[in-house]
Design a protein around this ligand. Sequence first.
Ligand SMILES: Nc1ncnc2c1ncn2[C@@H]1O[C@H](COP(=O)(O)OP(=O)(O)OP(=O)(O)O)[C@@H](O)[C@H]1O
Length: 513
Amino acid sequence: MLLADLARVSAEVAATTARNRKIALLAGLFRAAEPPDVPVVIPYLAGRLPQGRIGVGWSVLREPVPPAERATLTVREVDAALTGLARVAGAGAQGERRRRVRELLAAATEQEQRFLFGLLTGEVRQGALDALAVEGLAAATQVPAADVRRAVMLAGSLPDVARALLAEGPPAPAGFRLTVGRPVGPMLAHSAASVAEAIDRLGPCAVEQKLDGIRVQVHRDGDDVRIYTRTLDEVTARLPEVGAVARSLPAARFILDGEVIALDDDGRPVPFQRVAGRFGSRVDVTAAQAALPLLPVFFDLLALDDRDLLELPGAERHARLARLAPADVRVRRQVVADPEDDGARAAAEEFWLRTLRDGHEGVVVKALNAPYSAGRRGASWLKVKPVHTLDLVVLAAEWGHGRRTGKLSNLHLGARGPDGGFVMLGKTFKGLTDATLAWQTERLLELAVARRGAVVTVRPELVVEVAHDGLQTSTRYPAGVTLRFARVLRYREDKTAAEADTVETVLAQGRRP
Ligand SMILES: Nc1ncnc2c1ncn2[C@@H]1O[C@H](COP(=O)(O)OP(=O)(O)OP(=O)(O)O)[C@@H](O)[C@H]1O
């Protein structure tokens, strides 16, 4: 398939608002694609590179390259060129990358160049595209969309299913079954503001500890145990203790879902960063294990013996889990059988407070009657975390890219320091609505004192209320910490910079669960 065809359909899909028309356009594109094209076509449509980030900066893309007159590039050629580019390393890598990008752009027509810019900068992500692509594939191959969706969930990969569908047609989805030894996409959660809200939304439910570690899916088939991460990478060799726990359980074939954490001598969870550090050490696993042993805590059972349990209600999966895994490797939970029962609701609140006191990051509330939505953010799992908010001062802002071109976007945030100055804690462009972007661009330009590259430094006067998920140590920022997942809630025009939070307050907030 030519890149030009993909770029044209991508632009047409973005330009129409009618869902059916988008699906028809995608179906037409898939009918024209060859099976090996789709692992490239699908991520490209969504604005993603199959290679992930490949380190091509704006400075390279800003330099004009005369476009080709005729479209000749195929999507597979582009993919091969970018794979090669991602591998360039060592001295002179930057120059070599620049040369290769320019070579690729020179072979592209103007429309293709525009498409490639979006792709390389990651600025045209189309979040809803994968769902539309499933519908488009279903229409192109005359397979019910529900069958395609289930196959994707079991394969953990839309491109794999798409390739099989285009190659084999309607029988393809049946080839994707839950199989011990083949990982499936884990179910993810939506958020709720409080436990009470989560209970109201879900009805009969269980409130579980939310463990801040590393998600694992553990497959056992006799003596063969394999462990996969949330992104379906196999990490068996790095987690020998998890393998040992799996082998000790009283069933020979199963798939368990859980989180790997570490506990200190008092039984409190150690910070996520230490768990991640241990998990990241691949060289001397035995020494790493001795320094920080890890513990799996399971919260779901997806298959047992020869049975696929995905469609069973959560309560039934959990009952089987409780028979398989002893309490020390099983998540703690509080069941709310009747959401109208005040006693049960109070017990759920009590459980939430105890969970935070025990040092966990929050709870996940799960509907008792819901199946396991593999590979999806299911509406029947709701996470609840305490919200930390801070009033911080905007120290600078960076010009945005893509959709945010011409707007000051990424904010540099500071807290009041001990000497009357401000201490930078991090940056965020999250949570900003179009209206806020427009407003802040105007206000910040009035306050601008210096411009360097894309960064506009401003007089520290505007106060912004920011929510975050806690602190994380960082060598990049002067206080030695930065905010996890900071997002803007609103501007506090009623506050002056002198009333913003101090570094001391910020650090104290980090110590509290
Ligand atoms: N009891 C639990 N049930 C389900 N997930 C849990 C549980 N305890 C911890 N987790 C973790 O929480 C995550 C669920 O939240 P979500 O799906 O939103 O992930 P996320 O986007 O990484 O968000 P977060 O940063 O809140 O973990 C899971 O991926 C899992 O790793």
